[in-house]
Design a protein around this ligand. Structure first.
Ligand SMILES: [Zn+2]
Length: 95
């Protein structure tokens, strides 16, 4: 076995390298069910956030927060899929 030899000559480990990765879109992370978030929804979501740019929960605290806003379903679409595009069932929330 030559494993030990190899370890000794490894001066720096790949771990220490700073790898620059292309930034992924943040919203992708919080998408739990990607199938539900299709192209149509994304377009709708962008439009909704333009007219409702602030997190409703933060607004209750008097804070105008427009960072990391996503469109939340008040009644989850898992409970009622018909309400997916029902505007009255939507609210802007931060993460
Ligand atoms: Zn908030």
């Amino acid at each position: 076995m030559s494993m030990n030899k190899r370890k000794k000559i490894a001066v720096w480990k790949p771990k220490n390298l700073v790898v620059e990765r292309p930034k992924k879109i943040e919203t992708e992370k919080r998408v739990e069910n990607k199938k539900e978030y299709d192209h149509k929804w994304r377009a709708y979501s962008i439009a909704y956030r333009k007219s409702n740019p602030f997190c409703v929960e933060c607004l209750k605290e008097g804070i105008y927060n427009s960072d990391n806003i996503h469109v939340d379903h008040i009644i989850p679409i898992t409970e009622n899929p018909e309400l997916k595009y029902e505007e009255s069932n939507h609210q802007s929330l931060c993460v």
